[in-house]
Design a protein around this ligand. Structure first.
Ligand code: RIB
Length: 297
């Protein structure tokens, strides 16, 4: 099968992860258990997820001219992600995410830094990369005007585009309608879309529900795609693995239901290891897992 070409336009962050049994209240200090820095950013995570599965991935993004910048860029290259469209921003810090891990779940604050310089003018230089993609993936840790610009470009050039609206921010209806698929989690869905939206917007939605799988809509009917029972070590990046894997599957023309089951399997595997990118599986690992769970039929 042909290797799909996926372009991710999004954030690149250093994740500063504190593991703790107790999350502090306002004004309180508590003792944490461990601290680690790992590579993250919703854009970079989705790029790595698709590359581990075997896609040709181009990352369009920016890092700072600080020590994190070169380390983050090198990390993407080690994963086989092309970084020719990742340029450092002079006198800016790289994006960072402060993550608190507790009770097998996370709380995240992102400071975008250089990710704010992923402007329409910056992206415009890479028009050829975008138009030669099988699928483009977008998230909301870069300026929204860039998201709108890329949606417009992809519509003009007939390139399918998956929009992962995280963190939740509102777009104009005309921009949402340019997306091929929109993949909010349940909280983003309730912040961004009313319960009474109808087609064609409704049919673009794929709502991820953690260990309850995902749902999508066909002729106003909600269709459930189940997930896989696993014991999570760290759920950070599970949504990104889902999006990277879904893009990989769609780029190979997998039907929606099958693509979602595949993405759920990749996401389930990803939570088995620490760090947003730590547990992201290879194609072989997803296929073996699906066979073991009887989900390969
Ligand atoms: O989705 C997880 C990611 O969100 C983390 O890697 C962090 O960098 C934030 O962007």
């Amino acid at each position: 099968m042909k290797k799909p070409t996926i372009t991710v336009i999004g954030s690149i962050n250093m994740d500063m992860v504190t593991t703790t049994d107790q999350v502090p209240d306002q004004g309180e200090t508590v003792l944490g258990k461990a601290f680690q820095t790992v590579h993250g950013g919703k854009g970079a995570n989705q790029a790595v997820a698709a590359a581990r599965l075997g896609a040709d991935v181009h990352m369009i993004g920016r890092v700072g001219d600080d020590p994190f910048g070169s380390v983050l860029k090198d990390g993407l290259e080690v994963e086989g992600v092309s970084t020719s469209c990742v340029e450092p921003v002079t006198h800016k810090s790289s994006g960072v995410a402060s993550i608190i891990l507790s009770n097998q779940d996370n709380r995240i604050i992102v400071t975008p830094g250089a990710n704010n310089d992923v402007t329409p003018e910056y992206v415009q230089q890479f028009l050829d990369v975008i138009t030669n993609s099988d699928v483009v993936l977008l998230q909301f840790e870069i300026p929204l005007k860039t998201v709108e610009y890329v949606l417009q470009l992809c519509e003009e050039h007939g390139v399918p585009v998956i929009v992962n609206p995280a963190p939740a921010q509102q777009l104009k209806l005309e921009s949402w309608l340019k997306a091929t698929c929109i993949t909010p989690n349940e909280s983003e869905k309730s912040q961004l879309f009313s319960d009474s939206i109808d087609s064609p917007l409704l049919e673009k939605l794929i709502v991820t529900k953690g260990n309850a799988g995902a749902v999508y809509y066909e002729r106003d009917k909600e269709i459930q795609v189940s997930s896989f029972d696993v014991s999570p070590v760290d759920t950070t990046g599970a949504g990104d693995t889902f999006n990277g894997a879904f893009a990989f599957a769609i780029a190979q023309s997998m039907p929606k239901q099958k693509a979602l089951l595949f993405a759920n399997a990749a996401a389930a595997l990803s939570v088995g290891k620490f760090g947003a990118q730590g547990g992201m599986p290879t194609l072989k690992e997803v296929e073996t897992f699906m066979t073991e769970r009887g989900a390969d039929k």
